[in-house]
Design a protein around this ligand. Structure first.
Ligand code: TMP
Length: 227
């Protein structure tokens, strides 16, 4: 059986990637393809516990940047081996809501940890399983903040990662732009400020252009019909 395809979505908080992950998965399923959606941190039982520790546990406010980096990598190591690699080996399309580029940008650029150490740990965690295509949705700080504020959460639940000052998110956005410049063959930087329908169409154009053979499945006419 041939290997499936691996697509990751990236972007700052409030960029709309989680909505687009679901929309892309539906389109691919309508085209007759097997899709696995996952997310980082999380995606496995161990990873979801790590996610809680990283984002919501009251103790997390004392977390050092180094511990944070290692926990993201721990979650990723488990996800790759337990979920992503087996799914790719079975020919599925894996769509991940964030992957190792988040660590390069959030821990390496925004938190200013040593980029070489971040790259080494990313390599150790993922091994050979890298995304074939990465979509970064770019939004300006004001749009991101407005979308973040619209999220419904119990008042007692505070997301530690969302408490950073504006400069942190500006470094995140610049980090993604720089990454897209460095890896143009894998990474597409798309404008995330349009309507969800417009962005969905743009993403579909990128995905169908990147994987023409994959979409030449028995239900190809469905895939073409939604362009
Ligand atoms: P989200 O996926 O719901 O947007 O939240 C995940 C948060 O964790 C977000 O603030 C980005 C952050 N993050 C990192 O800082 N490094 C990482 O490697 C990953 C996967 C996420």
């Amino acid at each position: 059986m041939s290997r499936g395809a691996f697509i990751s979505f990236e972007g700052s908080e409030g960029c709309g990637k989680s909505t687009q992950v679901k929309r892309l998965a539906s389109r691919l399923e309508r085209a007759g393809l097997r899709v696995l959606i996952t997310r980082e941190p999380g995606g496995t039982a161990i990873g979801e516990k790590i996610r809680d520790l990283l984002q919501f546990a009251p103790e997390s406010f004392a977390m050092t940047p180094e511990t944070e980096l290692l926990l993201f990598e721990a979650s990723r190591s488990q996800l790759v081996r337990e979920t992503i690699r087996p799914a790719l080996e079975q020919g599925a399309i894996v769509i991940s809501d964030r992957f190792f580029d988040s660590t390069t940008v959030y821990q390496g650029v925004a938190r200013k940890l040593e980029p070489d150490i971040v790259a080494t740990l990313n390599n150790f965690a993922v091994g050979p399983d890298r995304p074939d295509l990465t979509i970064i949705l770019e939004v300006d700080g004001a749009t991101a903040r407005a979308r973040m504020l619209r999220r419904v959460r119990p008042v007692t639940v505070i997301d530690r990662m969302e408490q950073e000052p504006n400069e942190f998110y500006e470094r995140v956005c610049e980090g993604y732009r720089e990454l897209a410049r460095r890896e143009p063959a894998r990474i597409r930087l798309l404008d995330g400020s349009g309507s969800p329908d417009e962005i969905e169409k743009e993403i579909w154009r990128e995905v169908s252009g990147h994987f023409p053979a994959l979409l030449a499945s028995p239900k190809k006419e469905d895939a073409a019909g939604v362009r």
